[in-house]
Design a protein around this ligand. Sequence first.
Ligand code: TYM
Length: 334
Amino acid sequence: MIGENKVLFSGMQATGNLTLGNYLGALKNWVSLCDEYLCFYSVVDLHSITIRQDPAELRRRARNLLTLYIAAGIDPEKNCLYYQSHVSAHAELAWILNCFTYMGELNRMTQFKDKAAKHADNINAGLFTYPVLMAADILLYQSDVVPVGNDQLQHLEITRDIAQRFNAIYGDVFTIPEPYIGKAGARIRSLQDPSKKMSKSDENPNASIYLMDDPDTIMRKFKRAVTDSEGCVRYCKEQPGIMNLIDIYSACTDKSVSEIEKEFDGRGYGDFKTAVGESVVAILKPLQDRFDDLNKNKDHIDKIIKENAEKAEYYALKTLRKVQKKVGFPERVR
Ligand code: TYM
């Protein structure tokens, strides 16, 4: 809470091409929650350098991501959209929280294990303490709610543990955040292997729908999506490919699973895949058009970046100063 306002924080990495999973699992919910909360949406570039990045490319992607937040419908006047690296309080609080986090806790993080296996030549300390920086992001703004996809739930748990530990020692410093998982789209899976999540870093481009894919590409990828030989559109574990397509269709159209099963009763997979593809195009095409329009006005985006970083910093410093005092740092004379 900040004053009377309930607070929402979430973030996204500007690495790789954003996928439909990022949109349906996160961004879409962000937009729908804007009216209820004081919202902070960050482009988490500090997190991104836990994996080697090309500097120019990272900068370009970060800007595109911030622009995409606006294109998705988040009003930069009412909400706070900013680069994590522009508010140094994130890194400062992360350091302090590192001293309240146990190696054993971090060792259990499945995302660390996955990323360490994928980047065996660069298992750096930042990759290990990544969840602590996430905790700092969230706790800095006294967040009540954090909308994320399923893959981030373990990081939310550790954030709560760190906050509770800190509060137990120093009194009520941090709000304890709750995760928010949307009704549909919490885990969008690969179109080529539904046992895996749809991921920015998948080597097979047919496995993911990228937010900037054109309509033909989207329709083609859905036509090629892996299904099964059952031949009926039914939501069950034995048909993981179809389940995934139902999840996508449901998230894009707001139709329930039973409505969708009824709609495609007795119809083939061809029809179903076409409908799913069209529902995705209907969402992504306007998003892409707004993104292109926004990009035409560089000064407008620059102004948003500057003003929103100042706004975020104002709130972040309030918590940081309180924490610094609690742990015993000398009072500032300037
Ligand atoms: P990132 O950039 O990997 O993903 C951004 C958001 O997209 C969701 N997501 C998905 N949801 C459904 N299906 C999928 N296939 C899928 N793939 C990704 C993620 O759950 C996430 O919500 N560490 C975070 C960024 C972060 C953050 C934070 C998030 C940094 N600090 C504080 C919340 C709060 C990350 O790398 O997300």
